[in-house]
Design a protein around this ligand. Structure first.
Ligand code: NAD
Length: 278
């Protein structure tokens, strides 16, 4: 199955659907990623803080899949934003992953109280220029943080990976992205299972109309909105289900009905606010 790709401001492109490994324990990551690669995923999203980069790397090595057919993302944790620490962090991540470069390196949270996110971004530019990351971007950055990065460096993040699912759509962050040529990755695309997303009529009815599962309908919504998405499951049959989303298309009305699920008062958030993570 051929997965659509999105062109980034780096000149590289990213598969729009991938597999995320947040909360996959270190000793299960190798098997989970092996299963995902067997299902057909070629885009893997990990992070230094997930403490499973070694398992991801072991699965990549074992797979025998050519490096240029894979798209691997990892992230800089907030304890390595200051000074020259980002350079140390990327080398540690690459060692654990067993790679010479990552396709995408993201600054994980702005952590505004630490006041080092602009420094982190300037070091990530150096990391990209040194060839250790093909594209660079951020995660959980709000417009005020993004403006600060661009003002300091003139460089626009290729990606902003943010919490995004039907009940929490972050329209202000999306607007910044559209205006600046940044692409959005949706984390927690299924709401992390923290609210009964699959029972909401707009989702359940769209799924029924197309003979798919509610999870497939929601993943399809992300794809049709132009977001990059990497749902997580440790179960191979769900990995396959989540990958099988290219045989149907939601109607404009179905997309609009899911668009309307955000109460627009931030109450749909399931993770922490970027202002509180430090
Ligand atoms: P998710 O919305 O993908 O939810 C995962 C949960 O949904 C699983 O635990 C599973 O129980 C359930 N699920 C998955 N497929 C299903 C299916 N077909 N049917 C029914 N239930 C299903 O949440 P997530 O894992 O937090 O987000 C995806 C990825 O985003 C992560 O693995 C990680 O790579 C990334 N992420 C990034 C950040 C960040 O701060 N940048 C934060 C959280 C997650």
């Amino acid at each position: 199955m051929s997965i659509p790709t999105i062109s980034l401001n780096s000149g590289h492109s990213i598969p729009q659907l991938g597999f995320g490994v947040f909360l996959v324990p270190a000793d299960e990551a190798e098997q989970a990623v092996t299963d995902a690669l067997e299902v057909g995923y070629r885009h893997i999203d990990t992070a230094a803080i997930y403490q499973n980069e070694e398992g991801v790397g072991a699965a990549i090595a074992k797979s025998g899949i050519p490096r240029d057919e894979l798209f691997i993302t990892t992230k800089l944790w907030i304890d390595h934003q200051a000074g020259e620490l980002p350079h140390e962090a990327i080398r540690t991540s690459l060692d654990k992953l067993g790679l010479d470069y990552v396709d995408l390196y993201l600054s994980h949270w702005p952590a505004p109280k630490n006041d080092s996110f602009v420094n982190a971004w300037s070091k990530m530019i150096e990391i990209r220029d040194a060839g250790l990351a093909r594209s660079i971007g951020v995660s959980n950055h709000l417009p005020e943080h993004l403006d600060a990065l661009v003002a300091a460096t003139g460089e626009v993040p290729a990606i902003n990976q943010i919490e995004l699912h039907p009940a929490f759509q972050q329209r202000d962050v999306l607007e910044w992205a559209v205006a600046n040529g940044t692409h959005i990755e949706s984390w927690g695309p299924l709401g992390q299972g923290k609210y009964p997303l699959f029972e909401i009529p707009a989702v359940a009815q769209a799924a029924e109309a197309h003979g798919v599962t509610p999870a497939q309908a929601v993943i399809r919504w992300h794809l049709q909105k132009g977001f990059i998405v990497f749902p997580k499951s440790s179960r191979k049959e769900r990995m396959a289900e989540n990958f099988d989303v290219f045989g149907f298309e939601l109607t404009d009305a179905e997309v609009a009905a899911i668009d309307a699920l955000d109460p627009l008062d931030l109450s749909g958030r399931v993770g922490p606010s970027p202002l509180d993570v430090n």
